[in-house]
Design a protein around this ligand. Structure first.
Ligand code: SF4
Ligand code: SF4
Length: 268
């Protein structure tokens, strides 16, 4: 099977991004994060992404609609319906070609998904979580930015990922090294709660953030930050610097951004 055929079907199935990493690129990963712990015959890891519509960020950017715009179309529906459907369809496509393929939700290994005890002495405890951001980087889709979100050349921080483990040996993609964060700190300065100190993010501050960060359910309790002030500052920054392939006629930021302090009071 050719990677190009798979990618062509992935695009038909709605994937905006697709990259492939061979299993060798996971060498050295711990057992509880290794694709082979889930599927020992895995030869290739396919990572697919779908965009967070820029329009799904509009209500958050204006501070007037969170749940029915971003919460639905940028977060829950995107994860639970749109990218899940693409992942399912591509997995079907592989199975129809007699390949074994294992669809996986895109968790970060930062989340705590521990559930149960090892079923054998040589197996890690469930649930093994293959870090989606590590996998996406190995699949050549982009890399982590200073703000702590994954960046791609097409959408910056605006996408969500899922993956498929398969026993098919597919040609892998080259690893990308984006320079988006060189000479940029816009996500750090765009945080109303000053969560960053010396480039390190204090996650306890983010856990209480009401500046567009949202609680997640069934995601290990990690806050979703892709519509938060920091991520929107990144969208603005990358657009201004003309870094992204996904272009628009008008800039995303049209007004001074709002912000809430640690007591959820508007910052003047
Ligand atoms: S705002 Fe700048 S420094 Fe922060 S993640 Fe985006 S590109 Fe990197
Ligand atoms: S999630 Fe909130 S507190 Fe954390 S860095 Fe982003 S804007 Fe700041």
């Amino acid at each position: 099977m050719k990677s190009s055929e798979l990618k062509s079907f992935a695009a038909e199935a709605g994937a905006d991004l697709v990259g492939i990493a061979s299993i060798e690129r996971f060498e050295g990963r711990p057992d509880n994060e290794h694709p082979s712990s889930i599927f020992p015959e895995c030869a290739s890891v396919i990572v697919l992404g779908r965009r967070i519509l820029r329009g799904a960020l509009r209500g958050v950017e204006e501070g007037t609609s969170f749940g029915s715009t971003y919460g639905a179309f940028g977060h829950r529906y995107l994860e639970d319906n749109f990218i899940s459907k693409s992942t399912y369809d591509i997995t079907c496509w592989l199975e129809e070609r007699n390949a074994e393929a294992v669809p996986l939700f895109g968790y970060s290994s930062d989340v705590d998904m521990a559930y149960g005890l090892p079923v054998a002495p040589d197996k890690p405890a469930p649930n093994v979580v293959v870090d989606i951001e590590f996998a996406a980087q190995q699949a050549g889709l982009g890399n982590m930015g200073k703000g702590g979100f994954f960046l791609t050349p097409k959408f910056g921080p605006r996408q969500r990922f899922a993956m498929i483990l398969t026993d098919v040996e597919l040609a892998q993609d080259d690893i990308l090294n984006l320079d988006f964060c060189a000479d940029c700190e816009d996500c750090l300065t765009g945080c109303p709660l000053n969560a960053f100190t010396d480039g390190e993010r204090d996650k306890t501050i983010c856990s209480k953030c009401a500046n567009g960060a949202v609680d997640t359910f069934g995601r290990g309790g990690m806050k979703d930050r892709l519509a938060a002030a920091c991520a929107r500052a990144c969208v603005v920054s990358l657009e201004k610097r003309n870094k992204l392939d996904n272009k628009f006629n008008k800039p995303f930021r049209k007004r001074k951004p709002w912000g809430l302090d640690a007591y959820n009071r508007p910052i003047a």
